[in-house]
Design a binder for this molecule. Structure first.
Ligand code: KIV
Length: 275
């Protein structure tokens, strides 16, 4: 059954946890969908893990739409969320609504995500008013890496924690159906989850959230440039891939690949006429 914003609301009411992973292409999205993952976030982390950028700030709307389209074709049941890239919702409310609309119209996403708390509530309100569900993102918001001075845990002081609580309440008030909370202390995330009626999705925010999200290359051991403390590695697919690439390289060079079973035949009398 298709996961919708109603599935999220029901899960919160019933205390059922929500699983979310990032994906950026058709075949990975299909595998996640078949595994029963509730929601797929086409994150702007595509910039780091797929496109090789140093951070997420260079990612463009066109790059995001390209990947969202592919994921939407693979995800039949998972709720697909398109991540609004840096500067696609900051310049004006009209730009924010137009760009959110592209995720739905062109990307065939079911919802959008944007980073920020109280400061982006006018945009959240306008996008929601246009009939587009919004997932907010507070705590460590990677598009603000230059303002934060690096990837740092947020909300550790009383003042910083209060600001995150205020942001959480503000995005709920603005109409967000869910909020991602990244790299904040577990007890703070649990408190916010108790205070909110909308779903909280944690990444580096402990076990008290209503759901969890991870970047799939991190959880599969496919990306080693930087691995945050909160990542659990469920498989070492990176090692398996490297091993397979090495074996292929060796077999191409020693001519054991392709073997007879990978090869097409032609009748001898046809080939003889060609010499
Ligand atoms: O872009 C992304 O993958 C994200 C998750 C880390 C929540 O925003």
């Amino acid at each position: 059954m298709k996961n919708t914003v109603l599935t999220f609301a029901k899960a919160k009411q019933e205390g059922t946890k929500i699983s979310m992973l990032t994906a950026y292409d058709y075949s990975t999205a299909k595998l996640m969908d078949e595994a029963g993952i509730n929601s797929i976030l086409v994150g702007d982390s595509v910039g780091n893990v797929m496109l090789g950028y140093e951070d997420t700030t260079p990612v463009t709307m066109d790059e995001m739409i390209h990947h969202v389209k592919a994921v939407s074709r693979g995800a039949k049941n998972a709720l697909v969320i398109g991540d609004m890239p840096f500067m696609s919702y900051h310049t004006s409310i009209a730009d924010a609504v137009a760009n959110a609309g592209r995720f739905i119209k062109e990307g065939r996403a079911n919802a959008v995500k944007l980073e920020g708390g109280a400061s982006v509530c006018p945009q959240i309100r306008a996008i929601v008013d246009a009939g587009i569900p919004v997932c907010a993102h507070i705590g460590l918001t990677p598009q603000s890496i230059n303002a934060f001075g690096g990837h740092r845990v947020q909300g550790k002081t009383e003042e910083a924690a209060k600001k995150i609580i205020e942001d959480a309440l503000a995005v709920q008030e603005a109409g967000a159906f869910a909020v991602v909370m990244e790299a904040i202390p577990e007890k703070l995330a649990t408190l916010i989850t108790q205070k909110l009626d909308i779903v909280t999705i944690g990444i580096g925010a402990g076990n008290g959230c209503d759901g969890q999200v991870l970047v799939y290359q991190d959880m599969l051991g496919m990306f080693s440039d930087f691995t945050p403390k909160f990542v659990k590695r469920y498989a070492n697919i990176g090692e398996i891939m490297t091993e397979a690439f090495k074996q292929y390289d060796a077999e191409v060079k020693d001519t054991s690949f392709p073997a007879k079973e990978h090869t097409y035949k032609i009748d001898d009398e046809v080939i003889e006429k060609l010499y």
